[in-house]
Design a protein around this ligand. Sequence first.
Ligand SMILES: [Zn+2]
Length: 88
Amino acid sequence: MKREKCPKCGSGKIMHDVRVIDRDGEYANGTLSVQIERKPGALIFKKAETMELHAHICGDCGYAELYAADPSRLWEAYATSRQPGSIS
Ligand SMILES: [Zn+2]
């Protein structure tokens, strides 16, 4: 749930959809992401769903929450990975 008030201090100064930098090696700054493999047991075609996370940060106390860009797509990948037969 995206909030308009900080759950910690009650401030209304919420910064939405802040990019979270993920330093992968020396040069490139990636965006912090999550990944779910639909078929984790597959040798090659794991059909991974990769999704960026964005932060919502309180401008008073600094409390930060992370949100996936498209949770329904992520859930579909997760549900598929939990189905019987996806192991092999
Ligand atoms: Zn706060």
